[in-house]
Design a binder for this molecule. Structure first.
Ligand SMILES: [Zn+2]
Length: 190
């Protein structure tokens, strides 16, 4: 049937409408973004992610998170000053490009708070695989030394986690999946 031929307008049911492109993947090459979007639309991204990352991490409390982040810090950023506070933050919103760390950057920028070395991790990371938690911990720790997401920042991330770029992409793909479906893949009921 020719595209020019007028035909009856068939409304697409809401469930069948393709999802709008994910805000979490802005800035990545279009082909990659489309690939993720395609998997989400076909309800296949969940399976891809679960095969790659079958289990959730076991870091359930702020205390356990403190220990987890401390371990990475003492291995790679020993001289960056002591960590004062590490916590899951249910109010921290994940903001499209920045993984929600704008809030944290603003805090870290204040001279007083910079000395305090707080790490806040959005609560959505509580129900994720260990690799994803590691990615966000590395990201936050790198901000202790580099405020902006520049070359030096990413070099520091890669120093702490060689697979950093792939992990950040996979985290963003998962956040896109969450946004589109509301279906959490690693929920642990506690
Ligand atoms: Zn950041």
């Amino acid at each position: 049937m020719s595209a020019r031929m007028p035909g009856p307008v068939v409304p697409i049911p809401a469930a069948m409408k393709p999802n709008p492109p994910s805000k979490y993947l802005a800035g990545y090459p279009l082909a990659l973004v489309e690939q993720v979007q395609h998997l989400i639309d076909q309800d296949r991204l969940a399976g891809v992610l679960l095969r790659k990352y079958p289990v959730a991490h076991g870091v359930r409390t702020d205390k356990a998170l403190y220990e987890y982040v401390s371990e990475i810090k003492s291995a790679y950023l020993r001289n960056a000053g002591p960590l004062s506070k590490v916590m899951f933050d249910g109010k921290l919103q994940i903001i499209q490009h920045a993984l929600g760390m704008h809030t944290n950057i603003a805090r870290v920028q204040g001279a007083k708070l910079q000395a305090k070395r707080e790490v806040r991790v959005a609560s959505v990371f509580k129900d994720m695989p260990e690799a994803f938690l590691r990615m966000i911990a590395v990201h936050e720790l790198a901000h202790f030394k580099e405020r902006d997401h520049g070359k030096a920042f990413y070099q520091l991330c890669l120093h702490m986690e060689p697979a950093y770029h792939q992990l950040e992409f996979d985290v963003r793909a998962y956040l896109s999946h969450l946004d589109a479906t509301g279906q959490s893949l690693w929920s642990i009921s506690t």
